[in-house]
Structures are given as structure tokens and as C-alpha cells.
Ligand binder design. Sequence first.
Ligand code: GDP
Length: 284
Amino acid sequence: MTIQWFPGHMAKARRQVTEKLKLVDIIFELVDARLPLSSRNPMIDEIVNQKPRLVILNKEDMADPVMTKEWIRYFKEQGIEAVSVNSQAGNGLDKMVKAAEGILKEKFDRMRARGIKPRAMRAMIVGIPNVGKSTLINRIAKKNIAKTGNMPGVTKAQQWIKTAQHLELLDTPGILWPKFEDPETGYKLALTGAIKDAILNLQDVAIYGLRYLEERYPARLEERYGFAVLPEDMAYVFHQIGERRGSLASGGEVDYDKVTDIMIRDVRSGQFGRLTFDIPPEKA
Ligand code: GDP
């Protein structure tokens, strides 16, 4: 998806989410489990405001499982419920529904106590591009799309996906903008394919990735490229990777763009195993 995020688009995206907040009991904030912090919208707390929320760490199959546990603990310490799922395979969806039920239990108990007829929980998914919103919606939808007209607060009929598990999900997600502030976040988003390749200098992205692997996953770096500690000379590093991966030109010269592509593709396709690029902040 290629969205250019100009201030006008951000304001519109925010307005669209805010408008639909009224229709739902709970927000499913989808993030990439490899980047539970960097793949969040920078204004999400303000936008969600008081609405109950469940953070969903998607693509758990690609993230470091030890770190995913730590992140779930971190969110809980912040008073935010979080679960991890793999939307592509459909793993963790029961856990997700149970967590939402837990968060909304009091509200639904109160409704029941007031004699209001029980109804399904209503949820909407929000998140930055490429975290897997459509994949999750399609997973939940299967063949369950149902149209309901005249929801209060909107003139256009909303499509709701009804599931067997007392959940109704808005069929269109809220798409919010990613963080742009610091280069490190940009590198992480680029490495995992969350932002368009044309935005950043890819060689810088690859070098950031190499240094991160050196710091956090040296054994995997060694296994794939032959060094656990990166030599000072980056030209040499690129040469070695090119040689190892059989992509040097016939004269033995390095094609830096090609090696850059190889490195980034290796990260994105899981050749280094399951990686997490955000570390939970130290407990306060
Ligand atoms: P959206 O822009 O947030 O709607 O993201 P998409 O649903 O289009 O997903 C972006 C990419 O991530 C697609 O290539 C999906 O196949 C992939 N994807 C989504 N969920 C998962 C997941 O749980 N695991 C893996 N490995 N890939 C996923």
C-alpha cells in the first residue's frame, strides 16, 4: 500500500477513526510483533482516548517468541491488555476474543443487570499500513460478512463481520500513519517492509540491520554471513556477503545495491529466524 502521509491525510484518517469509535465497544490496535513500539501510530493513545482497547501483536510467527512474551508483559504493566496472533495462519484468534471478553466483562455485566438484551461485542481494527489489518479481517470474515443498515451515528451503512464468538467486527480497518520522527524507527519499519522502499536509503537500512543483528543475534549473523562481529570496514562486509551469496560481478566487484537487496530480503523472509527489533523500555 502506498499512502503519502501529508497533514491533511492524517487529519482525515484521524477523523474517520474517531467517527467510527462511537460504533464499537473496543478497539483492536494491531501492531507488528517484531516492532511493538515502532509500528504504533504516534497519537494512538489520544485517538483511542477512553475507549477500551486490546493491543494485538500480529505476525507472531516472525517475531522472537521470548521478546513477544516480554512485550505482552510490558503492555500489561502499562495497564493495556495484549495478545499475540498469526493472522495468516489464524493462530491466536480464540485468545484474542477471550481477551476482549475479559476487557468488556464489566460493561456487559452492567448491561445485563439493567435488563438490556445481550448482544455481540463490537470491535474495529486500527493500525498503520502493512501490520496485517486486512489479513486479520479476512481471517475472521471467512464467509461471515453481514450488512447491517442504520447504525446510529453514521449515514452510510457499515458492513459488520459477525463471527460465531459473539464478536462483530467493522469490515474496514482504521488506517493510521506510522511514526516518522527518528531515523531508527524508519530503519526498523523499512527493514520489516512496513514502509515503502523508496523513502529511505536502503543501504543505510541494511547497515542498520547488520548492526542490530550483531548486537542482538550475533550467532545468527555468523551462521548466515560468516561473522558474529562486524569488521570496521563496511565495504569489506558487503564484499563478504556478496561473495558468500554468489552475487559478485564477474570481476569480483561488489554490487552494493544487490547486496543491500539480499540483506533486506534475508531479514524479511525470515532467513535469520524470528527477530524482534524493539526492546521493551526498562521497567519504571
Ligand atoms: P494491512 O495494510 O495492515 O491491511 O496489511 P495486510 O493485511 O495487507 O498485510 C501485509 C502483509 O503482511 C501481507 O503480505 C500479509 O500476507 C502479511 N501478513 C499479515 N499477517 C501476517 C502474519 O500473521 N504472519 C505473517 N508472516 N505475515 C502476515
